[in-house]
Design a protein around this ligand. Structure first.
Ligand code: TRP
Ligand code: SF4
Length: 334
């Protein structure tokens, strides 16, 4: 292997978004927004992770293709360059499952039982009919995702750190057993603010409180207008407390420092009304999402072009994945 080629290559980065529906603003602030910054510095592999989605959404498989395309369009619309990066759909690169099985054999069940993402979710999993082997093995598949592309850096939020830790352990065990040199992935901890649902509860499809990354202007307006405000501010003349208001939590995500000051002062002195406050928020969300919304719409309206971009990304991902699998099989002598 040529070492000069090795040293010249940009380090590889890998991450993904689970396919479970349309991406919401939590995906934007916690993932996509951060990935965009890395695309020049790293050779990036970003995927729509539909097998991961199906560990919980296995009863909605008929929606998966639509959701994958939507996520892909979203990736591009928000600025991930499909030429610079390798954007792909997990299930279209079968090597993910091959390496998953290899990793599954060398992962003790105890390792998985101890992962917080499983432990914390077990009760909810039972209640939602997703206490299944696939969901239990979720981090093993994630480890395979990363290793397949030689991902050294994995930009994720805090909630994913334990999964990446496990991916390191699994990769290390593989390397030890088969005298291999798969890179051990490292977390790049990205700033991932808590993004509550529109009503202040945890954002969830089942609560109907989601704000998607791109919303039609009319829907966006309706959603913002319906947001609850500080209950102490029943009348326009009543002063309010932004720290008790979810509209302000959203301002903190979307608005400038000047606007934050304007809200703080205006709310506490009853100088502004909640209508004014929401109108400003709406304007700021629009300013951020207007362009991506148009680009996404264009892409979805040209399905042939989008399909070509997706197929190209899948093919480029697959090439790298196949090369890794070849090495893996060689090491294992299978
Ligand atoms: N588990 C990640 C999440 O829920 C998504 C994901 C799947 C991922 N495979 C990955 C992230 C590989 C980083 C690397 O957000
Ligand atoms: Fe909330 Fe803004 Fe109304 Fe204050 S002015 S209560 S921050 S919506």
């Amino acid at each position: 292997m040529s070492s000069t080629l090795e040293t010249k290559r940009k380090p590889r980065m890998m991450s993904g978004a689970r396919t479970t529906g349309h991406l919401h603003i939590g995906n934007y602030f916690g993932a996509i927004r951060n990935w965009i910054k890395f695309q020049d510095e790293y050779e990036c592999f970003f995927g729509a992770m539909d097998w991961h989605g199906m560990t919980t959404a296995y009863k909605s498989t008929e929606e998966m293709q639509k959701w994958n395309r939507d996520i892909f369009a979203e990736f591009i619309a928000w600025g991930l360059d499909p030429q610079k990066n390798v954007l792909f759909i997990q299930s279209q690169v079968p090597e993910h499952l091959e390496l998953f099985m290899i990793f599954a054999n060398l992962t003790p069940m105890g390792w998985l039982e101890r992962v917080p993402t499983w432990k914390d979710a077990e009760e909810e999993a039972k209640a939602s009919d997703t206490h299944n082997l696939g969901r239990f093995a979720y981090p093993v598949l994630q480890a395979a995702d990363i290793a397949l592309y030689g991902g050294m850096k994995v930009p994720v939020g805090q909630d994913q750190v334990s999964n990446i830790e496990l991916a390191r352990e699994i990769t290390r065990r593989f390397n030890h057993l088969y005298k291999a040199k798969l890179p051990e992935p490292q977390v790049i901890l990205t700033d991932s603010p808590v993004v509550p649902g529109l009503d202040g509860r945890k954002m969830s499809k089942s609560y109907g409180n989601t704000l998607f990354m791109t919303e039609e202007p009319k829907v966006l307006e309706k959603k913002v207008k319906a947001m609850p405000t500080d209950p102490q501010r029943a009348r326009r003349e009543d002063a309010g407390d932004p720290s008790k208001c979810n509209v302000f939590s959203y301002h903190k995500l979307f608005s400038s420092t000047e606007d934050l000051v304007w809200v703080q002062e205006g709310c506490r002195s009853a100088g502004i009304g909640c209508g004014d406050c929401k109108a400003r928020l709406l304007g700021n969300i629009n300013a951020l999402s207007e362009k991506p919304r148009e680009i996404k719409k264009d892409l979805l309206n040209q399905p042939k072009i989008l399909d070509e971009i997706i197929a190209d990304g899948n093919a480029r991902a697959r090439k790298v994945a196949q090369a890794t699998l070849l090495q893996v099989r060689e090491r294992m002598k299978i």
